[in-house]
Design a protein around this ligand. Structure first.
Ligand SMILES: [Mg+2]
Length: 172
């Protein structure tokens, strides 16, 4: 298996972000989270996270995890969601999977890649970009079948190359 292909596969997979427990993250040595917004925290067509996600974010903060948001979505929505959830959103010069946003996020978290997990719903942005920097990757199922037009191409490629599968099942 070539390294490009290996970088396309996520380390771990969960159905929803709410299914990822603090214990699981702690066992991996994770201390900081870079979290995607659209279809990870809320449905693409919605602007507010559901109560279950709010509760999960609160529990993660209480457990001591540092959290930043990193999204390729509309800046106006990013700002609104960050304000609403009282979280910091990081802006990259260029969209994911390019490294600038992930690097900014790690600077804000003040953590090395081995202590950071990227959580998102798209292999080609949230997972590929993070894998290349040595960040731990966690893929979740999209919360909605609706998405940005460009994302539909990613979805097609994910299916075509059977990329929605994890390299690992247990921590480490
Ligand atoms: Mg997304």
């Amino acid at each position: 298996m070539g390294s490009v292909f290996a970088n396309l596969l996520t380390d771990y997979m969960f159905h929803r972000i709410e299914d990822i427990t603090p214990e699981f993250l702690r066992e991996l040595g994770v201390r900081g989270l870079i979290i995607d917004i659209d279809n990870t925290l809320m449905r693409w067509e919605e602007h507010e996270a559901p109560p279950s996600v709010r509760e999960w974010l609160r529990a993660a903060s209480d457990a001591g995890f540092k959290i930043v948001l990193l999204s390729n979505g509309l800046r106006s929505k990013q700002a609104r969601v960050a304000g609403d959830l009282d979280l910091q959103v990081v802006a990259g010069w260029l969209p994911k999977p390019l490294p600038s946003g992930f690097r900014s996020a790690m600077r804000v978290l003040g953590l090395p890649p081995s202590q950071v997990a990227s959580i998102g719903d798209i292999v080609f942005t949230d997972i590929w970009g993070a894998n290349r920097l040595g960040i731990i990757t966690i893929l979740v199922e999209p919360r909605s079948s609706r998405d940005f037009l460009g994302t539909r191409i990613w979805r097609l490629l994910e299916r075509l190359f059977r990329l929605r599968r994890a390299k690992k099942t247990d921590p480490k």
